[in-house]
Design a protein around this ligand. Sequence first.
Ligand SMILES: [Zn+2]
Ligand SMILES: [Zn+2]
Length: 207
Amino acid sequence: MDDQKDQKVVPDWLVEFHGHLCPFLVVGWRMGQEALSRLGVERERDQGLFLFTELGGEALRAQSCFEGGLQAATGCTAGKGTLRRLDFGKVAAVLAQPGAVAVRIALRPEVCDELAQADYAAERRQGKQASAVSRAAIADTVGRVARKSAEELFSFERFSVVHFTPEVANPARIRCASCGEYVFEHDAVTRGGHVLCRPCAGHPAAV
Ligand SMILES: [Zn+2]
Ligand SMILES: [Zn+2]
């Protein structure tokens, strides 16, 4: 069945991790695959490649699902500290090898328009959560992304020099004088002669 074939456009483990199958998960997966192939590198196992996504922001958006696909495809993840989120409001990303080359990939506006008109988007606008959208609408929208060529989906830009050197954190840590928890010295603050973590110091950035 075509439906089932279309459901296999990303690995099962990615759907499991992400929580549902959706068009922007597939956009990100394909974007990541293309970025790797254009840089001529394999999926990163360690911390040698960096991913800069351009959607950013804290507000919930259906499009941010592409960051899940990108992380899975490239191996550049929040967990490894190799994901940076730039707050540009665009479905685009840069994959970079520090000191070497980078590629920027952006979703073409025509594809955004097509996805916005698909039944999947209509069901989402009616208030359905992504995991509650009908199978037919999911298969249709995912198929639209899966069947397009890379050139139909994306525009590409290649950079031959990358001016980015990741900072390596100082491993020194200290116990907060108030809560007793370990805090990296770099992130600690001193108040009245006591070394404190930011939450205990009442730092404005603390939740
Ligand atoms: Zn999603
Ligand atoms: Zn503390």
